[in-house]
Every structure is written in C-alpha cells, then in structure tokens.
Design a protein. Structure first.
Length: 291
C-alpha cells in the first residue's frame, strides 16, 4: 500500500460530512496526527520537520490526551487525529480534533495487511532441473528451487508494519505427457542439488524420470532425426511456488497470519530429451578387434 492509500484510510472518517473529500483532484480537508511530544519539539524549532500544515500546534495538543495504560507490547500507540476544514473561500479552519490517542491492534490492520500481501512483489525463485543436455530417458534428474522468506516494510493506517511472505508449497510440472501416471509433483520441500561425492539421485529425491518419448508418427512434439533417433525438444520444467503471509507491527514480536495465499511461477530453459542407444562394437577396451 502506498502513502496515498494510507492517507485515504486515515481520513475516511471525514468523507460523509465533507464534500471536499470527494474523488476529484481539487483542494481537500487537511488531516494530520500530532501529539504533545511532536508539538513540544516543533515549538523549539521552525516546525518544518514535524508539522507541515500548521503555523502552530492546535489548542490542547500539548496536553496528553491518552489517560489509560500504555498500549500492550504487540499494539501501537497512534497519535491524535486532527483536521483543518476547507472553507468556501479556499482558506482552512482552525485545527479540530477528530479522535484521541488510541492503541492499534493487529486486528485493526488485518484488511490493509491482506491487500498489501496480495500485491506484494516477490522475486521469482529460480527453478533448476539439474541435468546436462540432452536429457536421457530413464535417468532421475533432481529438481530444486532457490527460495527464502521475503520481508518488506510498509506503513498501514499510519502504523509501521512488516509483511513477511513464506514459501510453503512447490508444484513441479515436468512437461512429460508420455510417462505413465502424473507428471506433476507437489512438495513442501524445495529440493536440493546433487554434488560430487553424494550418491546418485534416485526416486527418493525431488525430481523426475522421463520414461517415454512418445512416437514420432503419433505424438505431437516427438520427432525423428536423420539417423532415426527419436527425441523431444523444447522440454521445460515449470515451478509454481505458493506463499503464505504474516504481518507484525514493527518492533513487536508476534506475527499474525494473513488470510489467503499468493503464487509465483518459474520456468527452466528449454532442453532436448532423447534416449541413449546401445551399439555393439568389435573392439575391446584396448581397441583390439574381437569380431
């Protein structure tokens, strides 16, 4: 949510009784928040860094309005809301207090946090099918994704908030219509790459084994080269990552779940899939003819 959206949320209280708060681009009532600390600081300076719409603090703003107990640890104390009303002659009235100091809870921020999460930009994770081209049938190729939680700092209803997106589910589509059974795989694990010295990847690894190429005379996408070898080209792997969201008021410790999920889609570069042909030769390992 951008700053304009935040302002709209804060000033909504005046819309019903103030025609100047319509959707046009003309002058509007001016809303702001201030408290005794800000006013006292502004009183010792020119005020430009603290209050941009006032020549002086409103009457009574230097008096503490919030008389209750301090806000709990996971809540946020929001300063008093004031308004300068736009008059017919284009001038503004003296500041009028709209609401006093209040404690903002995570429940108050749930809706704007959900909107912020739904429109959050998440870098698309890299999806990898670890193999050398061309891919061969009947070989298990490991797949993995490079993902990590993403956190952004935003301001919602004048409250500093952190939004966190966590990858929780990975759905792989291996572009394999000819292998019997499903060719998609859904896990909660992003997988991991094979490295030298580790056992060869097998079916226990997150990945895929292509067992059939299809027939070049029957299946679209399966081709035959001049030597009679069958192959498929432009084979890609597509990863859909599902993210869950949480938010917290900045400086507090409790993360609150956000309703709904978002997804990102990653696709590998296209590769060729073929099969290894076995050929009989008449030489032994020392190049001595045996036929």
């Amino acid at each position: 949510m951008n700053d304009d959206d935040n302002t709209a949320n804060v000033t909504a209280e005046g819309d019903a009784e103030n025609p100047a708060m319509s959707g046009d681009d003309g002058p509007r009532d001016r809303y702001f928040r201030t408290d005794s600390t800000t006013c006292n600081l502004a009183a010792t300076t020119d005020g430009a860094d603290f209050i941009t719409t006032l020549d002086s603090c409103p009457d009574g703003s230097q008096e503490a309005d919030f008389q209750g107990a301090p806000c709990p640890e996971d809540e946020y104390e929001l300063a008093e809301l004031w308004v300068e009303r736009l008059q017919d002659d284009g001038t503004y009235t003296a500041p009028e207090r709209v609401s006093g100091t209040e404690c903002i809870t995570p429940a108050d921020l749930a809706a704007p946090a959900r909107h912020e999460f739904a429109t959050m930009h998440i870098p698309t994770p890299e999806a990898v099918l670890q193999a050398r081209e061309p891919l061969l049938v009947n070989v298990h190729y490991p797949a993995y994704a490079t993902t990590q939680p993403q956190i952004v700092d935003v301001t919602l209803l004048d409250v500093p908030v952190q939004i966190r997106a966590d990858p929780v589910q990975y759905t792989w589509d291996f572009d394999d219509p000819h292998t019997p059974g499903t060719t998609t795989l859904t896990t909660t694990d992003p997988g991991h790459p094979w490295t030298d010295g580790t056992p060869a990847p097998d079916s226990t690894w997150i990945g895929h084994t292509y067992t059939h190429l299809g027939h070049p005379d029957q299946d679209t996408g399966t081709l035959r080269d001049q030597a009679g070898n069958w192959y498929r080209d432009n084979v890609t792997t597509t990863l859909t990552t599902t993210w869950e969201g949480h938010f917290r008021i900045t400086g507090t410790s409790t993360w609150t779940p956000i309703e709904g999920t978002i997804t990102t889609t990653s696709t590998t570069d296209p590769v060729t899939l073929t099969e290894a042909r076995v050929r009989l030769v008449c030489d032994d390992t020392h190049a001595n003819p045996t036929c």
